[in-house]
Ligand binder design. Structure first.
Ligand code: EPS
Length: 382
């Protein structure tokens, strides 16, 4: 698959093209819109989220809701559009870079004095395109009973200790949560923390856990470094704006344990009424996060990402004016206080894209029916 995203935060549209996606997959536009709505949700989002109503237009690649195998083009209109390629726009110029944003590094790289020309594309609004493509991939994966979800583990220094057993538990517990938490007690404290940050003009980051359940064993490969599923997932998750760390399974905690107390012992079941990925070999623990030797094991794939606090602050840090080289405070512009819920949705989307690519690598096929046949034969063989 090949994916291209395009669009500036205040341009007319956010866009994406998905090429190499199989023919014959039913795609519900409503599902993509729900995912876009989830991306906009959560306590701590800024005013932009009350302006936009993100909804996708699919302008190629589908006929009667079913993919044709041709490139799929998606568009999402920006209601707060201010850049018009044909006429003068009304966006203000900016010359003081915000620490932690792409502003300074981008301005130096592109030899630019107006930071607008940097931040418009560097803005996390670009993830509208990724979530749209991720929602298409999620619908493909559902044909093989692969489900992906996420929940918030921590915001600032408030950490939930609750460990879910499976994806169904996560889905039922995050329902009606303002912060995508499975732990109501931790959530109360997090709500207070976010509201306080909003009041004092500060910002927060956090940690999100993503689960992908139902993957068959055999996605990814140790045969070459760039084929490892863990390295591909890590790269995709690290590409999300503001993400500074990725863990798989026990992650850094694994390094602090003995092998005897942490590796996932292997068992075998002869039970028949189980889903494809639960039959045969199984584990009672999942410290590897469902990946060994760069290959999925069939256990849930468990990923964690660390998001740094939002760059724009209400009480800004020191910076330097690009033109005068004088010390000035960074600009106070519209932004989020905490975007941890959005980060979870974007991480699910990137995981869905990555797993779809790994799935197509393993099972090939131009059309869904062909992929299903390849998948069934493989499951039977193992
Ligand atoms: C975002 C849209 C942006 C920001 C946010 C994410 O809109 P605006 O810049 O018009 O307020 O709210 O982007 C950032 C926090 C950032 O640092 O780029 C969105 O749609 O997710």
């Amino acid at each position: 698959m090949r994916i291209l995203t395009a669009g500036e935060s205040h341009g007319t549209y956010m866009a994406a093209i998905l090429e190499g996606f199989p023919k014959g997959v039913k795609i519900e536009k409503e599902f993509i819109d729900c995912e876009l709505k989830r991306r906009m949700s959560g306590l701590g989002r800024g005013k932009r989220m009350s302006i936009e109503i993100d909804k996708v237009e699919i302008v190629s690649g589908l006929r009667n809701k079913v993919t044709l195998g041709s490139p799929i083009t998606i568009l999402v209109k920006n209601k707060d559009a201010k850049i018009f390629s044909q006429k003068k726009d009304n966006l203000t110029s900016l010359s003081i870079p915000r620490p932690a944003h792409a502003d300074l590094a981008g301005a130096l790289k592109y030899q630019e004095n107006d930071l607008r020309n940097i931040l418009e594309r560097a803005s996390a609004r670009e993830t509208v395109s990724r979530v749209s493509i991720g929602a298409i991939c999620k619908q493909f994966l559902l044909n093989f009973n692969i489900k992906i979800t996420s929940f918030t583990i921590s915001v600032g220094d408030i950490i939930s200790q609750m460990k879910p057993k499976n994806i169904l538990e996560i889905i039922s517990k995050v329902k009606n949560s303002k912060l995508n938490c499975i732990d109501r007690e931790a959530e109360k404290l997090i709500v207070r923390e976010v509201e306080k940050a909003q009041r004092i003009g500060d910002s927060l980051g956090g940690v999100v856990e993503v689960w992908a359940e139902g993957s068959p064993p055999g996605l990814g490969s140790f045969m070459h470094f760039d084929k490892r599923l863990d390295s591909q997932l890590a790269a995709y998750l690290m590409s999300i704006p503001a993400v500074k760390g990725v863990e798989i399974g026990l992650g850094f905690e694994y390094a602090r344990k003995r092998g005897s107390a942490s590796h996932d012992a292997i068992y075998y079941t002869t039970k028949k009424n189980l889903s494809a990925c639960q039959q045969g070999f199984y584990r009672k623990t999942n410290n590897s996060g469902g990946i060994e030797g760069g290959i999925s094991t069939g256990e849930p794939i468990v990923l964690r990402i660390a998001m740094k606090p939002i760059a724009t602050l209400g009480k800004p840090l020191d910076s330097v004016n690009l033109t005068t080289k004088q010390r000035e405070k960074a600009p106070v512009i519209r932004s989020d206080t905490c975007a941890i819920v959005a980060c979870g949705v974007i991480a699910e989307s990137m995981a869905a894209i990555c797993l779809t690519e790994a799935f197509l690598d393993k099972f090939g096929g131009d059309a869904l029916e062909e992929i299903k046949t390849n998948y069934k034969n493989y499951i039977k063989a193992i």
